[in-house]
Design a protein around this ligand. Structure first.
Ligand SMILES: [Zn+2]
Length: 173
């Protein structure tokens, strides 16, 4: 989609929040002032700089340099909240508090982890434990992102994350 906008094929692509740039996925997720603030307030304390590539390329680059899995999990939750904050404003003219949005993303992450623990518990106490099952020694996260441009010219974000055991952790669209 970013390529289409660069080629001038998009229609009315101004960012509905800041109006200062075309609303590419990269702009929406990382570069818009509202999103930048959320990143800064998040546990990542990330100062988002300009990024010339696509959002998918940014994610791939980020994963490459991400030393801890936990950091990547947090990042996924922040991306999810950035998207929600954007939608609340665009569709409901409701300005979400970035600090609260950060807190929400950490709560979601806690719930996901609690669900994983419950799964392990139920396997441990089950009547017929599956002998071939063993906890993943190193969870691998695979991310598929896709940005689609609806015919009315909006921006869309599709995201599927899978960990080492094939759980879909997040699906946005
Ligand atoms: Zn913007």
């Amino acid at each position: 989609m970013d390529t289409l906008v660069r080629r001038g094929m998009g229609v009315d692509q101004g960012c509905p929040r800041c109006g200062e740039a075309p609303e590419t996925t990269v702009h929406m997720a990382l570069l818009c002032e509202g999103s930048k603030l959320l990143w800064k307030l998040s546990p990542t304390r990330m100062k988002v700089q300009e990024w010339e590539g696509s959002f998918k390329e940014w994610c791939e680059e980020y994963i490459k340099h991400c030393k801890r899995e936990r950091a990547w999990e947090i990042t996924m939750m922040i991306i999810w909240q950035v998207w929600n904050v954007r939608n609340k404003w665009v569709f409901g003219r409701k300005l979400d508090d970035p600090a609260l949005a950060c807190k929400r993303s950490m709560l979601l992450l806690g719930e996901h982890e609690a669900a994983k623990i419950r799964e392990v518990d139920s396997l441990a106490v089950g009547d017929q434990p599956n002998p071939s099952w063993k906890p993943p020694t190193r969870a691998m996260y695979k991310l598929n992102t896709d940005a689609a441009m609806p015919t009315n010219g909006g921006v869309g974000l599709g995201m599927v994350v899978r960990d080492g055991v094939g759980d879909i952790m997040m699906c946005a669209g």
